[in-house]
Design a binder for this molecule. Structure first.
Ligand code: ADP
Length: 286
């Protein structure tokens, strides 16, 4: 039965008992961007829990894409553990204009929106309930002026709880990158993230294993401190690509700590960026 066949259809399904096909379609809750923004691709970076390197992977992705000539922004949606501004040494406050927020830019021009840039003291903890956090992330998308962005990277809150779910529902992600660490319960984490992405009809661009190994500074041997990884088997089971394996590298910790991510010199994520470019149809060089 179509809506037109229901006598007196008001097109307000919330008050109607008729079983129209349109009513059974999943509702699109994505929020529109404002009139001043334009964003070509939105990539979510997700993980099962905090501390596995989600912000590290988001930052590396942003730096590499920006170096290839794309205009890149980052939404730091990990509101209770925001680490993106620090990794880029960004301290400029967010400016406002006519109710819209203008994201400050890093030295090389990556634009960033983060709760840390809105707080008076960056080391004060954010003690807010889920709906407040979710509301803030929504505003990072709807009320921020994202000018001609090629890629907007969303550093999502960890896990599959209320806040990450709201992020998935609010921001129309083109795809997600799942970050795991070998000491994680990788299979369970990938399976949960996969399930959530599936439910939301968001493609999984691939898996990144962070803290995969340590390279011996003397002989160059790769030491798997957390034992053999089963990432390939898990990736095959779900039909996902393994985009990158990033070692524990003290240089990375130092770069993020000092705010020097843009000076990063390594090739850990080079192939991952190529795959993401391919999967988002950006094969032409900028
Ligand atoms: P998450 O965003 O998942 O909470 P972070 O990206 O903030 O995790 O990483 C947690 C800590 O580990 C940070 O201090 C970060 O600099 C460090 N770190 C992350 N990945 C690596 C790595 N591959 N090598 C060295 N340090 C890392």
């Amino acid at each position: 039965m179509s809506e037109e066949n229901v006598s007196g259809c008001t097109h307000d399904c919330s008050t109607c008992g008729a079983n129209c096909p349109s009513k059974n379609q999943p509702q699109d809750l994505h929020e529109p961007l404002n009139a001043f923004s334009s964003v070509k691709h939105v990539i979510g970076v997700v993980s099962g829990k905090g501390g596995v390197g989600k912000s590290m992977v988001s930052s590396m992705l942003a730096v590499l894409l920006q170096r290839q000539g794309f205009r890149v922004g980052i939404i730091d949606a990990d509101v209770t553990g925001p680490s993106i501004p620090k990794a880029f040494g960004l301290k400029k406050p967010v400016e406002g204009e006519d109710g819209a927020m203008l994201p400050p830019a890093t030295t090389t021009g990556i634009e960033i929106m983060s709760a840390n840039l809105l707080l008076d003291e960056e080391d004060k903890p954010v003690i807010w309930r889920g709906p407040v956090i979710a509301g803030m992330v929504k505003q990072f998308w709807t009320d921020t002026v994202w000018t001609d962005m090629d890629y907007l990277i969303v550093d999502c809150p960890p896990g599959t709880g209320d806040v990450p779910l709201t992020v998935f529902q609010t921001i129309p992600l083109d795809g997600v990158v799942i970050v795991t660490a070998p000491q994680d319960l990788v299979s369970m984490i990938v399976s949960k993230a996969a399930h959530m992405a599936d439910m939301m009809h968001i493609p999984v661009l691939g898996l990144v294993e962070n803290m995969s190994y340590v390279k011996c500074p003397d002989c160059g041997k790769e030491i798997k401190i957390f034992g053999e990884s089963h990432l390939d088997e898990i990736a095959a089971k779900f039909g996902y690509d393994v985009l990158a394996r990033i070692p524990v590298d003290p240089k990375l910790t130092q770069l993020a700590d000092k705010g020097w991510m843009e000076m990063m010199e390594n090739n850990y994520m080079d192939a991952a960026v190529e795959t993401i470019r391919e999967k988002t149809g950006e094969v032409e060089n900028k």
